[in-house]
Design a protein around this ligand. Sequence first.
Ligand SMILES: Cc1ncc(COP(=O)(O)O)c(C=O)c1O
Length: 454
Amino acid sequence: MNEQQWRRRSTKVVWHPYTDIAAFEKTAFPVVRRASESTLYEWNGRPLLDGISSWWCVNLGHSHPRLVRAIRRQAGLLQHTMLGGVTHPAAVELAERLTRLAPKGLRHVMFGSDGSMAVEAALKMALQYWTNRGETERARFIALKDGYHGDSLGAVGVGYVPAFHRPFRAAARPAWRAESPHCNRCPRKQRPDTCGAACFASMEELVRERHRRCAAVIVEPLCQAAAGMRIYPAEYLRRLRALCDRYGLLLIADEIAVGFGRAGTWFACDQADIRPDIMTVGKGLTAGMLPMSATLATDAVYDTFRSRDGRARVFCHGATFCGNPIAGAAALAALDTYKKEKVLEGLPARMRLMKERMAGVAAALDDSPLGALGMIAAVEIKDSAGGGARALRIARLAREAGLLVRPLGRVIYLWPPLTVSLPDLWRMTEILRNAALDSSKNERLVCFKRARSI
Ligand SMILES: Cc1ncc(COP(=O)(O)O)c(C=O)c1O
């Protein structure tokens, strides 16, 4: 079996997500056989640096021996049991560990199997919290424009991204939208370190006008990732917490992308020193080893779900595989690894190098703006008309040179494993910079050829 045969078989039967089928069938996409640390190995053995941690989750690198061992051990003991009416040690230990790690006061954990499922749980918890209290009018959500919270229909309602979700719009219940804190393209031309989150006025107005019919505000804290890595200041979150408190609204922090060190701290909310009422985590929870997510809630939320006065208040939500023991063992091993290998302590050196080197990529792209938060660095190509095509060209050139990246529109970004070695990080940024430079040469060549052919 050669690579081309695998590709042919794949495009025949595998429905690849977020993939333009017609274009994809014509490309020599990677066929990955194995992976180790920050590198994927293609079928023919060719190394391909994983610049996006395989969709933002492989925080501790591929094939981490501690995690692999934990999965093997658990697989020999107990592979699955439901959590409805039953418990098992991995679920208990993991829930205890998560509540100790999360912002103080998030004391109850509902497990899910992926991020969207955790968001659905969060939204439904918020809705039922109010009905449990007899306030049935509170059935809407407030969210940020261009936020993203997953692809299930409830998540699409609060995280509608036109490019992703247009065909489902009619079936989703849209949240009320506050202005996105888009610091790289601030319409007020202010700087995030001095603006005092002026764009917060739009959120304030929405909450003031609509809070009586609203169950919760949901945000991606500090970074609207899928919108193109829009990084915004902690001050926005502090003000949002205070605003929700003033109007008695629940605050949901969706930490699925940025939790577990990605933002430079355990959770992005830690940087604002706030505690949401409900928090979702996924991706880095098992360091991308197995599908698992969790929704954490405070006592104040949880306690409304106790049946009383003859009225049942059961939370009728749960999926077959929520809290799966093997995924739980992987998550416990991941939490051990974050701690034992002092992963967060090792971030500053990597963050410095990545920011410095990505500034070189931004310079190569006509001084396009660079945004950086923890182990996320993104350059939004200035050219609004041709930026998307150029970003795709850069990704193609990078792949040819041994780096896997996937631009978001005209945003080209790096999201490497948190444990990436400094030489691998240097190489990733070098490949990106060269690709950025070559992409303009290519463009000129194409223009020249086109001009000659006219
Ligand atoms: C902030 C955020 N929430 C939710 C999700 C959905 O997670 P999943 O893809 O695991 O369903 C994502 C995925 O990228 C995300 O970035």
